[in-house]
Ligand binder design. Structure first.
Ligand SMILES: Nc1ncnc2c1ncn2[C@@H]1O[C@H](COP(=O)(O)OP(=O)(O)OP(=O)(O)O)[C@@H](O)[C@H]1O
Ligand SMILES: [Mg+2]
Length: 494
């Protein structure tokens, strides 16, 4: 029985099993939960459309004074609410009834107790319901990790804060989150446990041939160069294994020897010298980050700590190689049960897995998106440009936290990838405030409008105070000019 609950409206018009229209004399809010009782069940719904109407003030009135006069006569300020409810499912089995509610069905405000039961049962607390702050929203960690997560929103609306809140909760469960930190935002963050910052030192010995080829900037169609590089790589690898030699040195030795042989055609000779100069360019460019003694990065990961791979100082090509390398190694390590289940956070996912370009990471992101579930590797794709993000990988994310999104093309892309995002919720995306999100997917029983917690361990992604910087620069310049002037005056006073 729902008698003790507050009645806020009555169903009218045509209803379907998934939506119903209602009118109300109460002020209800967008995103608020309501309960309807029919088919012997209590069914939870979310208000996804709201109109506030005064029947005496239709929209074609064009004189404000007429409105004032209507309001001043008795009964002239009568108004009501007309709205739409998205029916989400019953409160016991969370299933949508097969039949629609009949017209006249009463609409009740969902009470705290029921909402707490529905939204408070997961193991990762991320925030509270935006319309009912007494109700905590918790996600199911297992489903979030194994069914992947996408965090999408325009810049500055709280994606990295959300990542921090989630990761902080995960380490309390002794998980192994790995953040690919494109802007060194997380390196100084204080989480509930240790932050294990990993320098992106790369030992070429652990690279695959394809990764090496990409780093050396050998063109896809440079088949002759590829052939010589492959021979050099094979020979050098054998020497690395048998004599502990340096891979890059051995490759250069092999190629220089090859260049001296007489039976090469001119194009082969050009290809060999091309590869040699590419290896030298590579050694110059990546001098600081190449290290033939650094251990396998997989062995440096720690369970129960926040592993941050700091990619802030490297360019996108290099980041691509590191990410693809780590993901490839992770997948194999998990297949062989060598490491704990992992949750990989990919900031700027549209750069690593772009929609219309091939990258090395894209292949492994897509593979983990498809196969990770079986092996216990989760992906968290974070992006401010969903339409530039590979649709394949995005569609594998069965969970989403969507914050403010303004561009219609971004919204449509998100909707295509997430079947649970209805048109009504989509329309609301531009009006979300910082830190507010629509949370959907298998990790939560029903879609929710959530106010995400503010992460207290402070990440360094907040907007720089540019005005302060300008003023400080001006003061610095004035100070220098003053000092110079004084020095000159002192000099002439002698
Ligand atoms: N849930 C929240 N509550 C309060 N403040 C928040 C919340 N989420 C984010 N903020 C604030 O908003 C600002 C931007 O947040 P954040 O860096 O997480 O955005 P972002 O979406 O990751 O931005 P970018 O696209 O630039 O990476 C920060 O200063 C942060 O403190
Ligand atoms: Mg961010």
């Amino acid at each position: 029985m729902v008698i003790a609950m507050e009645c806020v409206g009555t169903c009218i018009g045509e209803a379907s099993p998934s939506e119903a229209y209602f009118i109300s004399k109460h002020i209800v809010k967008f995103g608020e939960y309501v309960l309807l009782e029919y088919d012997g069940k209590k069914v939870l719904g979310m208000i996804t459309e709201l109109k506030r109407i005064n029947p005496y003030i239709p929209k074609d009135i064009h004189d404000p004074e007429v409105v004032d006069r209507i309001l001043s006569i008795e009964g002239g300020n009568e108004e009501f609410i007309r709205g739409k409810i998205k029916l989400l499912g019953d409160t016991e089995k969370y299933e949508i009834p097969k039949i629609p509610p009949k017209p006249g069905t009463k609409v009740y405000k969902a009470d705290k107790k029921i909402l707490k039961k529905i939204f408070g049962s997961g193991d990762i607390k991320i925030g509270v319901l935006a319309n009912n702050e007494e109700v905590e929203v918790c996600l199911d960690a297992k489903t979030m990790v194994t069914r992947h997560l996408a965090i999408l929103a325009i810049t500055g609306s709280g994606k990295s804060n959300t990542v921090s809140v989630i990761v902080n909760e995960l380490v309390k469960l002794n998980a192994m989150p790995i953040i690919f930190d494109m802007h060194s935002e997380y390196v100084d963050a204080k989480f509930a446990s240790e932050t294990n910052v990993l320098e992106p030192k790369l030992n070429p010995v652990f690279l695959s041939f394809q990764e090496l080829k990409k780093l050396l900037n050998i063109d896809e169609k440079a088949y002759i160069q590829e052939r010589f590089l492959r021979m050099a790589y094979k020979e050098a690898m054998e020497n690395v294994k048998s004599k502990g030699a340096s891979l890059m040195d051995e490759m250069l030795i092999y190629l220089e020897k090859t260049a001296d042989t007489k039976d090469l055609t001119q194009s082969e000779r050009n290809a060999v010298s091309g590869v040699i100069s590419k290896i030298n360019d590579f050694l110059d460019k990546y001098e600081d980050i190449l290290d033939e003694h650094s251990p396998d990065i997989i062995k440096s990961l720690k369970q129960g700590a926040v592993n941050v791979i700091d990619l802030g100082q490297v360019d996108e090509d290099y980041a691509d190689v590191i990410v693809s390398h780590v993901l490839r190694r992770l997948l194999y390590a998990r297949k062989n049960r060598e490491i704990a289940p992992a949750f990989c956070v990919l900031e700027e996912a549209h750069i690593l897995a772009p929609a219309y370009r091939t990258t090395l990471s894209k292949y492994w992101i897509d593979r983990i998106a498809r196969e990770g579930r079986k092996f216990g590797i989760g992906l968290c794709l974070v992006s401010q440009r969903p339409k530039s993000l590979d649709a394949n990988s995005l569609s594998q994310a069965n969970n989403a936290i969507i914050m403010r999104l303004v561009e219609p093309s971004d919204q449509r892309h998100v909707q295509q990838a997430s079947e649970r995002l209805s048109d009504d919720l989509l329309q609301h995306l531009p009006s979300l405030n910082v830190g507010e999100a629509i949370v959907l997917g298998l990790m939560i029983k029903f879609p929710a409008l959530v106010k995400i917690d503010k992460f207290e361990g402070k990440i360094s992604g907040s907007d720089p105070d540019v005005v302060k910087e300008w003023i400080e620069m001006k003061k610095e310049k004035e100070k220098l000019e003053k000092e110079m002037k004084e020095e000159v005056e002192e000099f002439y006073s002698w």
